[in-house]
Design a protein around this ligand. Structure first.
Ligand SMILES: Cc1ncc(COP(=O)(O)O)c(C=O)c1O
Length: 391
């Protein structure tokens, strides 16, 4: 067989994504784009900030000699310094350029990091529901994913995490604000987790906390994200500008290693090697120069908050059980019937495309990505109501 058995199996596991995608195409062909309510993809419908485009044009008009050449694999030194300055202020920690590693988005960053950290058989604990790619990233680098349920409010269940820790646990991978729930993990839960991990550390076992911070700037109601770098020492954050600057196609983000990790240079050196052999080589050159100047900026968060309010109210008013998201651009209602895959099919009859919770490791729920035009959200209200009334 031409295709590897592992990839074949992984593709089969995720085959429902392809089927859903095909169903979307079919519905669009029959009913037209404007009559399909597609909440299936986390692909922002907005443009990057105008100022960012102006800076991009300016760079292209005034090229710096060598700006398209190879560079150090961890990124331009001046870019890493600029980002470190930002991180220093934001987290009140002594970040330097040596703690920052430019990556091809958060997906690139996570893969580099996991490749650098994992021995075959090392375990990574992931609270679920979770972004399904994590499993495949971990498995690609010889690791084993151990998923652990969050509580009813989708908050960390530290007792469950404690029970999942074994001698092979290398890291815990969290994502907050969370895809698919939109939940922000609470400070007291993170502190409880830190206490647990510190107990292990005192006994000589280091467990790293990897934070996928892809949505860290998309938070609502003036909520302040807990400063994880102050809560626990062994933190590595992987972030992205796909969402906060609406640049997913440009593949840009970075890894930030806590200055409290002794031997941070070791993981950076390993990442340099991993980056090369994974074939990313370095993060896109042009985008590095751009995002270095936009660390304090983001797309219009108020716009996402309005959409969050609209979709939340539509679901509530129609009778769905749902937790109000505090960030990202996803909402994760309970499926009105036990079988979430069956419910997704039912929604399709009303031209609504969504993703079953099963795909995120949590049966009985479904995910809606509301990074779509407000008009789509508003017009979908009638159909969400009809769908629940006609079960
Ligand atoms: C939780 C999470 N992590 C990582 C990614 C990948 O983002 P990037 O485009 O930065 O690679 C996504 C994309 O949707 C995501 O939801």
């Amino acid at each position: 067989m031409l295709v590897s058995e592992i990839i074949k199996k992984q593709m089969e596991e995720t085959g429902w994504i392809r089927r859903m995608f095909e169903e979307g195409i079919r519905l669009r062909k029959i009913y037209g784009d404007e009559n399909v309510y597609d909440f299936s993809l986390g692909n922002p419908d907005i443009e990057p900030p105008e100022q960012l485009i102006r800076v991009l044009i300016d760079i292209l008009k005034n090229p710096i000699p060598g700006m398209h050449r190879y560079m150090p694999n961890n990124g331009y030194e001046e870019v890493r310094s600029q980002i470190a300055e930002y991180l220093k202020t934001r987290y009140d920690m002594p970040f330097t350029k040596d703690h920052v590693y430019m990556s091809s988005g958060s997906a690139g960053g996570l893969n580099i990091l996991l490749k650098s950290m994992l021995n075959v058989g090392d375990e990574v604990i992931v609270p679920k529901p979770y972004f399904m790619e994590f499993k495949y990233y971990i498995e690609s680098h010889g690791g084993i994913i151990k998923t652990v349920s969050t509580d009813k409010a989708f908050q960390l269940d530290v007792d469950k995490i404690a029970s999942a820790i074994t001698k092979n646990t290398k890291a815990i991978l969290i994502n907050s604000p969370n895809n698919p729930t939109g939940v922000v993990y609470k400070e007291e839960k993170l502190k409880e987790l830190a206490r647990l991990l510190n107990e292990h550390r005192e006994k000589g076992k280091k467990i790293y906390l990897i934070c996928d911070d892809a949505y860290r700037k998309i938070v609502f109601d003036n909520i302040q994200l807990p400063n994880v770098f102050k809560i626990y020492d062994l933190v590595i954050s992987v972030t992205s500008h796909s969402k906060d600057l609406a640049l997913p196609g440009e593949r840009i983000g970075y890894i930030a290693v806590s200055p409290k990790i002794k031997g941070a240079q070791e993981i950076i050196d390993a990442s340099i090697f991993a980056n090369r052999i994974l074939g990313f080589i370095n993060a896109p050159a042009l985008m590095q120069r751009i995002v270095a100047q936009f660390q304090k900026n983001s797309v219009d968060i108020a716009d996402y908050q309005k959409k969050r309010d609209a979709i939340y109210n539509i679901l509530k008013d129609s009778g769905y059980n749902v937790i109000k998201p505090e960030g990202a651009f996803y909402i994760f209602p309970e499926s009105p019937i036990e079988d979430d895959i069956e419910f997704i099919r039912h929604l399709q009859r009303f031209h609504i495309l969504a993703v079953p919770g099963t795909g995120f490791g949590r049966k009985g729920y479904f995910r809606l990505a509301y990074c779509v035009e407000m008009d789509i959200i508003e017009r979908s209200a009638k159909y969400f109501k009809e769908a629940i009334e006609n079960l």
